[in-house]
Design a protein around this ligand. Structure first.
Ligand code: XIL
Length: 322
C-alpha cells in the first residue's frame, strides 16, 4: 500500500508533494500533507502577483537583492517537515525563472561565479542536514537539446553547472544533488542532451547524484515514461519524478478521470519498477490550487484530490502501484 509517510525511512521509495507556507496554513491541505506524503518540495506558489506569503526557495524569494537573504517562508516549510519527520527536496538553486533582475544584470563571468557560489553556499549551508535533495540546476535545456540562453549559460557556458554543484557539495556533503528538467518523458533531442551532459559532468568529476524528471504530463500521453526513466537511470545516477501532474483537456468527464487513474498508475509503476528511481513527488494536493489552472488554461484537474478535497480515482491509481 501507498503512503506510509515514512516509507523513505524504511528504505522504500518516498511519495511527496509540492507544499508551501500557504498550503500548510490551510487545514485540509495540512492534514493531507501530513497523512499522505513523506516528502515536501517548496512550490513557491504566488496566488496573486504581490502575494509573497508563500514564496520560499526560489532565487527571487531567497536573495531578492544581492547579498540580502530572506528565509522566513523556507524556514516555515522546512521546520514543518522536520517536526513531522518528513523529507524536503530543495527547489531550486540555479534557474532562469523566478530569478531577480539583479542576477540577470551581472555582466562578467567572474562576478557571476561569485554570485552563484555565494547563493548556493548560503542556501545549502543554512539547511545542511535538513534538506534531503537539492535541485541544483533546473531547466538548463531548450526542447531541442540546446542550452537555454540564460545569463548563466551566456557568461559561463555549461561551466555554471559545475560551479553550482561543487558549491552545493561543499556546503552539505550529504545532500543528494540533482539536475532537474521537463519534457524528459519521451525520446528525442532533449533527453539525449541530458544524458550527454550527465556523461560530461561525471567525466569532469562534478559531484552530481541524481536527475529529476518533472513529469508535467498530459492525459493519455504517459506511455514513454517508463522507458525514459530507465534511460535516465542508465546514466548511473539516481532518478526521481519531481513534479508529477497529469492534466486533463477541459472539460472533465468520467471517462477522462478513469483514464487519469490508469495514467497515474502507469507513471507510479514506472518508478517502482526502476530500481534507481528513489521516489515520486506530485505537484500539489488539490486541483483547485494547481499551477495548471493559470498556465495551461485549456486543461484542468491534474492532481489526486479534486476542488473539494475529495480523493479522486487517480489516488487509487497511485496507491495500487506502491
Ligand atoms: C511553478 C509553481 O507551480 C507556480 O506556483 C509558480 O508560480 C511558478 O513555478 N517547473 C518547475 C517549477 O521547476 O518550479 C514550476 O512551479 C513549474 C514548472
Amino acid at each position: 500500500g501507498l503512503l506510509d509517510p515514512k516509507i523513505k525511512a524504511k528504505g522504500k521509495k518516498y511519495f511527496g508533494s509540492a507544499a508551501d507556507p500557504a498550503a500548510i496554513s490551510r487545514s485540509t491541505d495540512k492534514l493531507i500533507l501530513t497523512s499522505d506524503f513523506g516528502c515536501y518540495t517548496p512550490e513557491n506558489r504566488q496566488l496573486l502577483p504581490d502575494d509573497v506569503s508563500s514564496i520560499s526557495l526560489k532565487w527571487d524569494a531567497t536573495e531578492p537583492s544581492r547579498g540580502s537573504f530572506n528565509f522566513g517562508n523556507a524556514d516555515t516549510l522546512v521546520n514543518f517537515a522536520q517536526s513531522n519527520g518528513r523529507l524536503v527536496r530543495g527547489h531550486t538553486l540555479v534557474w532562469h525563472s523566478q530569478l531577480p533582475s539583479w542576477v540577470s544584470s551581472v555582466s562578467s563571468a567572474s562576478d557571476l561565479t561569485n554570485v552563484i557560489n555565494n547563493h548556493v553556499t548560503t542556501l545549502v549551508s543554512r539547511y545542511r542536514g535538513k534538506i534531503y535533495a537539492w535541485d541544483v540546476v533546473n531547466e538548463v535545456f531548450n526542447d531541442d537539446g540546446s542550452f537555454r540562453s540564460s545569463v548563466f549559460f551566456k557568461l559561463l557556458g555549461e561551466n555554471f553547472i559545475d560551479i553550482a554543484f561543487k558549491a552545493a557539495r561543499a556546503a552539505d556533503p550529504s545532500a543528494k544533488l540533482y539536475i532537474n528538467d521537463y519534457n524528459l518523458d519521451g525520446p528525442g533531442a532533449k533527453i539525449n542532451a541530458m544524458v550527454a551532459l550527465i556523461g560530461r559532468l561525471k567525466s569532469r568529476g562534478v559531484p552530481i547524484d541524481g536527475v529529476g524528471t518533472q513529469a508535467h504530463l498530459i492525459l493519455g500521453q504517459v506511455g514513454g515514461v517508463a522507458s525514459q526513466l530507465q534511460v535516465l537511470a542508465n546514466t548511473g545516477l539516481d532518478v526521481a519524478i519531481t513534479e508529477l501532474d497529469i492534466r486533463i483537456p477541459k472539460p472533465d468527464s468520467a471517462a477522462k478521470l478513469a483514464q487519469q487513474q490508469t495514467d497515474y498508475n502507469t507513471v507510479a509503476k514506472a518508478c517502482i519498477n526502476v530500481s534507481k528511481c528513489v521516489g515520486i513527488t506530485v505537484w500539489g494536493v488539490s486541483d483547485k490550487d494547481s499551477w495548471v489552472n493559470s498556465v495551461f488554461p485549456t486543461y484542468d484537474s491534474p492532481l489526486l484530490w479534486d476542488n473539494n478535497y475529495v480523493r479522486k480515482s487517480a489516488y487509487a491509481g497511485v496507491d495500487a502501484a506502491f
